[in-house]
Write a protein that binds this ligand. Structure first.
Ligand SMILES: Nc1ncnc2c1ncn2[C@@H]1O[C@H](COP(=O)(O)OP(=O)(O)OP(=O)(O)O)[C@@H](O)[C@H]1O
Ligand SMILES: [Mg+2]
Length: 261
């Protein structure tokens, strides 16, 4: 796939607080080139601007300074080319799994092809038997799989994932991590994942970006040179984990004011 190239060019995002003139720099001079079909993950403390960056790529926020380009064109709003999945899978409660997946698909032509793709994706996440179920009849993990399928059924070039597995128990989470890899290999789109879970980042991504808060900036990037499927107990995996945790601690300490006398 040659689409799904994202170029973040000198992005700074400053929010003006509603209570007066105070400002908050959520992102400071972010530069990053995300290759088509790359699986990239962002880790960093709460408040370091991860969601703001993802929303900017989605076209839901505008940079105060700098630009974000998708396949060479400046992003100026949301687009079906960039799908978004959040932590709390917002399924429509009044629609079945099947209707949730097909919701929002452009009705122009190719209905059969779209339904075939939806069926293929539903099969991949093992939800064939639940196509006629309503969201309240599903577990959290099942709902999250539906949310992933719904986003992919639109055939986005880029999938933006904001802690999509954050609310799940460890076992379900590991299960869906494997589903995510299968979906990525099959669709070959660009995956941009935000996670608090360092192991999840190393298990899934080809490159992990470490961010630090106040102001949100990139402090390091680590290429994960391990073949898939990855082994969480492998010594190389553990080395990556230690290296990233060290970077996160460093980033954390640096942000704490020095009160020593
Ligand atoms: N619309 C907004 N208006 C004002 N400030 C905002 C807005 N959105 C985010 N912020 C601020 O920008 C900073 C970064 O927020 P953001 O949600 O991007 O962080 P995050 O890294 O995703 O955090 P978490 O890991 O907790 O989800 C925070 O200090 C937040 O208060
Ligand atoms: Mg966030």
């Amino acid at each position: 796939m040659d689409r799904g190239h994202i170029k973040i060019d000198g992005v700074t995002k400053i929010f003006r607080r509603t209570d007066g003139n105070e400002t908050l720099t959520a992102l400071s001079d972010i530069n990053l080139d995300i290759k088509p079909g790359e699986f990239i993950a962002f880790v960093g403390a709460s408040g370091c601007g991860k969601s703001t960056l993802l929303r900017t790529i989605a076209g839901l926020e505008t940079p105060t300074i700098g630009t974000v380009l998708a396949d060479g064109e400046e992003i100026k709003g949301s687009s079906a080319k960039r799908g978004l999945v959040f932590q709390d899978h917002a399924l429509f409660p009044w629609l079945t799994v099947w209707d949730n997946v097909l919701f929002g698909l452009k009705s122009t032509g190719k209905k059969k092809e779209k339904e075939d793709l939806a069926n293929e994706l539903i099969k991949m996440v093992e939800l064939e038997k639940f196509k006629d179920s309503y969201p309240y009849q599903l577990s959290g993990g099942m709902s999250q799989r539906v949310a992933l399928v719904r986003a992919l059924a639109n055939e986005p070039d880029v999938l933006l994932l904001d802690e999509p597995l954050g609310a799940l128990d460890a076992f379900t989470r590991m299960n869906i991590q494997d589903v995510l890899i299968d979906l990525w290999k099959e669709r070959q789109n660009t995956m941009i994942l935000i996670t608090h879970d360092v192991d999840e980042a190393i298990y899934l991504a080809q490159r992990v970006i470490v961010m630090s808060p106040r102001p949100g900036r990139i402090v390091d990037e680590i290429n994960i040179e391990l073949s898939y499927p990855r082994n969480r107990s492998h010594s190389a995996f553990i080395k990556y984990r230690n290296a990233i945790l060290e970077k996160l601690n460093f980033a954390h300490e640096e942000s704490i004011p020095d009160f020593s006398i």
